[in-house]
Design a protein around this ligand. Structure first.
Ligand code: B12
Ligand code: SF4
Ligand code: SF4
Length: 281
């Protein structure tokens, strides 16, 4: 399998998704997420050693994540990290850009229904590659996957999808901390680790903040103004204030016609109504 073949498989699976729609908002024909951008990184890239120091020793290397499904000694050399970036639709972004206190209904639903959608997408992808005799691991399908506390960086995860996207050439971080891609910052991500000789993508940047206007020339800063709790400042992003706001908006502004159920929440007002909403600015 080469990169083009993998991208074709991913697009076919995207087209077959049953859960990628706004049925909850009575718009079954409207997709929740656009086709993903795909990037590929090497499984033995020394960047993963850096992440163990930078984020914490709990952050998996690709080989460690792979071994959770396929136990045994293993080097990362034969592995590739496939990073997938799903952009929000323009309709969702326009709705979100109008909001000031509470995320738009489309944002609430596309966040709340992400996990079942990713189960469907990743499940189909892993099955398809498995049928071709290719071993692979979807990070989102690992039962061990979850959050952890980084000493230096606060709330974190055993696998940071964004850092792998950065490594796979898909974008750099913004002042808000969100990753800015060619399709902008209003995106969600997942990662697949495959045992296949895919070509590793080159990175069109040399530093981790290169595509953000604030780090480029001190301009912009619009994401700071979009945050209702001032969790984004020139010093960066306060993860705890940001995290706490989720329950605040849910308690104060939850739309009556959406059932909260087991939705995980996310404010995301800093991801829309900004120059990096849809593109690398
Ligand atoms: C924990 C978490 C949160 C926490 C903390 C956020 C955070 N920044 O870590 C809270 C609850 C606050 C949160 C909020 C949100 N989240 Co969140 N969250 C996660 C989660 C589970 C883990 C993130 C993680 O591990 N962070 C680890 C630390 C290391 O990251 P960091 O501090 O941001 O990294 C900085 C440093 O590494 C530094 N850096 C990078 N390279 C280098 C190199 C050197 C040398 C140095 C010194 C520094 C440096 O720059 C980075 C950015 O500032 C991921 C899912 C996943 N498993 O990946 C989703 C994820 C990051 N969240 C996501 C989203 C969409 C959101 C929200 C928009 C909510 C929503 N759904 O609407 C908000 C946005 C907040 C914001 N301003 O970015 C998306 C990312 C979207 C994007 N464009 O980046 C992810 C990837 C989920 C997904 N599956 O797509 N989130
Ligand atoms: S809104 Fe402006 S300052 Fe904020 S991340 Fe995007 S480009 Fe950077
Ligand atoms: S997600 Fe909301 S609370 Fe968190 S930084 Fe962005 S705008 Fe602020």
């Amino acid at each position: 399998m080469d990169n083009n073949e993998l991208k074709q498989i991913i697009n076919d699976i995207y087209d077959s998704l049953e859960k990628n729609n706004f049925s909850t908002l009575n718009r079954p024909d409207a997709p929740m997420w656009e086709r993903p951008l795909v990037g590929v990184a090497a499984g033995d890239d020394p960047y993963y050693d850096f992440l163990k120091e930078h984020i914490g020793p709990f952050h998996w290397s690709p080989a460690e994540a792979f071994q959770l499904k396929y136990p045994g000694a293993f080097s990362g050399k034969a592995l590739r990290v496939v990073s997938l970036v799903f952009p929000q639709t323009m309709e969702t972004k326009l709705a979100q850009a109008k909001e000031k206190k509470c995320p738009a209904r489309e944002w609430i639903v596309s966040r709340g229904e992400w996990e079942p959608l990713m189960k469907e997408f990743s499940g189909k992808l892993v099955k398809r590659l498995g049928d071709m005799g290719i071993r692979c691991v979807s990070i989102d399908l690992l039962s061990e996957f979850g959050t952890a506390r980084s000493e230096k960086l606060g709330i974190a995860s055993k696998w940071s999808h964004r850092h792998s996207a950065y490594l796979a050439g898909l974008g750099t971080f913004g002042l808000s901390e969100g990753i800015i891609t060619e399709k902008g910052k209003a995106v969600r991500l997942t990662t697949l680790i495959v045992e296949a000789p895919l070509a590793v993508e080159t990175r069109a940047y040399s530093s981790h903040h290169e595509w953000c206007l604030y780090f480029k020339d001190g301009s912009c800063g619009v994401c700071m103004k979009r945050c209702p709790v001032n969790a984004i400042t020139a010093e960066g992003h306060d993860k705890d204030d940001c995290d706490a706001y989720e329950e605040v908006f849910a308690a104060r502004y939850w739309p009556e016609d959406i059932e909260r159920g087991d939705y995980i929440l996310g404010c995301g007002l800093c991801q829309a109504g900004i120059p990096c909403q849809d593109k690398r600015p």
